[in-house]
Design a binder for this molecule. Structure first.
Ligand SMILES: NC(=O)c1ccc[n+]([C@@H]2O[C@H](COP(=O)([O-])OP(=O)(O)OC[C@H]3O[C@@H](n4cnc5c(N)ncnc54)[C@H](OP(=O)(O)O)[C@@H]3O)[C@@H](O)[C@H]2O)c1
Length: 240
């Protein structure tokens, strides 16, 4: 995108990738103001151009109230995600499927991007080059599913991908200068991947700062004709 974004939102900026992305955006866009959210974690760092807010993305009213404070927004990047928690971890097989765990995955991984799109549609429309991007995961690709397992996470990310694709089609008309993107970060060394890092091949576990820099470069060159795609950190396109 030729336009330099000035007002950017990073949702889930307290996470491993979200925090690195916020720092990469500060470096890349030295005049930009960033609005960053955390939920349960403390604010990870302070900076004069970062305005922090506590936000639980499963609360639609909280998103609506926050969005009402914005006039124009250029980029929104959603880095929130859930894979494991007190209620359990990804399923090895169908016998381990628990309805509440599946619904928690959808509440955190799928629904918030739709709520962000609904509530920030007007402020994004005022941007010359609006962008809405969410970190998905390759395991949400239906075509790429070779290993099976991880029902709830896969389902929530596949549904997220469909949500973003559908939004991109609607925004072709309502936000013709805009771009919607689903992103795959590779395997990053964060709390989310910690319990599953043992089988990562050598060189396959990224420092989130590498992924964040790669995402900023990728997002900066997207244009509206590329809206509605699923991108890996290295700029390659993934199958839905
Ligand atoms: N790490 C990987 O290898 C990997 C691979 C593929 C895809 N991804 C995706 O990349 C994204 C970022 O993951 P990460 O590795 O950076 O994970 P992480 O370090 O565990 O961070 C997760 C983030 O999600 C936020 N979050 C969770 N529930 C929330 C809620 N209800 N409301 C608001 N925020 C909430 C957390 O906020 P608080 O901590 O403040 O509560 C935190 O900022 C996720 O979508 C993940 O699925 C990661």
């Amino acid at each position: 995108m030729a336009e330099i974004p000035q007002r950017l939102i990073v949702v889930g900026a307290s996470g491993g990738i979200g925090q690195a992305l916020t720092r990469a955006l500060l470096d890349e866009f030295p005049a930009a103001q960033i609005y960053a959210t955390h939920n349960r974690s403390a604010i990870p760092f302070h900076h004069e151009r970062v305005d922090w807010r506590q936000l639980d993305v499963v609360d639609p009213d909280a998103i609506e109230t926050w969005a009402a404070a914005f006039d124009r927004v250029d980029w929104i990047i959603n880095c929130v995600g859930f894979l494991h928690g007190a209620q359990g971890g990804p399923e090895k097989n169908i016998r381990s499927l628990e309805p509440e765990f599946l619904l928690d995955n959808i509440k955190i991984n799928t629904l918030p991007s739709l709520l962000l799109a609904r509530n920030f549609a007007a402020p994004l429309k005022k941007s010359p080059a609006p962008l809405l991007a969410t970190i998905s995961a390759r395991v949400g690709s239906i075509e790429d599913n070779r290993l099976g397992g991880w029902y709830s996470y896969r389902i929530s990310k596949a549904a997220l991908n469909m949500a973003l694709k559908t939004l991109s089609i609607e925004w072709r008309h309502s936000h013709p200068r805009g771009c919607v993107a689903a992103l795959h970060p590779g395997t990053n060394d964060t709390a989310l991947s910690k319990p599953f890092q043992a089988n990562v091949p050598p060189g396959g576990l990224f420092d989130p700062s590498y992924t964040a820099t790669s995402f900023v470069a990728l997002l900066s060159r997207l244009d509206p004709s590329q809206s509605g795609q699923f991108w890996a950190w290295d700029g390659s396109k993934l199958a839905w």
